[in-house]
Write a protein of this length. Structure first.
Length: 216
């Protein structure tokens, strides 16, 4: 299947946060000249994303292991990391820290970007990305149809979980007894306290955690 490489403009009205390094850039020019950098594209603006800390990198690695182990044990799917882009209806092109694509949506996967919403998106907050993750992306991902959005904030040890309503608005879902149960990924349960554990679980420990979670 051939993926289209054009994207419609994002509806105006949402202020952009982050270092804007170019404006008036077409989607094709962005993909050809910027897409492999740590940047995103909104309304023709190329936005440089903040750098990440060691804690951010470790959280991303743990969640990658956690999600991939779940998918491999539960009907498949893929997890992609930044700089893999996600092109949303409405024109915002973001590079989530993690995005999950289930087998039913495998046709959306291209060489450089996902054309359409991922089934689950995770953003890990960095210094300088509070407004981007909590305001801009919250609005864009809801309008773009991302069914589930996690905001993991190691600065404040806060994890926020949102699911999409029929009105294309996010509803926040609280963990129960410290455990968040995913809506997009049935049977996936995340003990939130694990996110702030030092050190984080190893790959072997994470695989064992998922195996225990999926026991009948």
């Amino acid at each position: 299947m051939v993926l289209e490489t054009t994207a419609p403009p994002t509806p105006p009205g949402i202020p952009l946060y982050g270092q804007i390094i170019a404006t008036g850039v077409s989607f094709d020019d962005f993909m050809n000249g910027y897409a492999q950098q740590r940047v995103e594209w909104v309304e023709g603006s190329v936005i440089e994303m903040p750098g990440i800390s060691l804690q951010h990198a470790n959280l991303s690695k743990f969640l990658l292991f956690f999600l991939q182990a779940y998918l491999e044990a539960n009907n498949g799917g893929q997890v992609f990391q930044d700089p893999m882009l996600m092109v949303l209806p409405g024109g915002a092109t973001r590079a989530p820290d993690l995005q999950v694509i289930l087998p039913v949506h495998a046709h959306r996967i291209g060489q450089k970007f996902i054309l359409g919403p991922a089934d689950l998106v995770v953003e890990i907050v960095s210094e300088g990305s509070q407004n981007i993750d909590r305001v801009n992306k919250l609005t864009e991902y809801a309008k773009g149809g991302v069914p589930e959005y996690w905001i993991i904030d190691p600065i404040f040890n806060e994890a926020l979980f949102y699911v999409l309503t029929d009105q294309r608005e996010y509803q926040r879902v609280a963990p129960v007894d410290g455990v968040y149960t995913s809506r997009a990924l049935p049977k996936l349960k995340l003990p939130v306290a694990l996110l702030w554990q030092e050190p984080l679980p190893t790959l072997a420990q994470t695989v064992a955690l998922v195996a225990e979670m999926l026991k009948p």
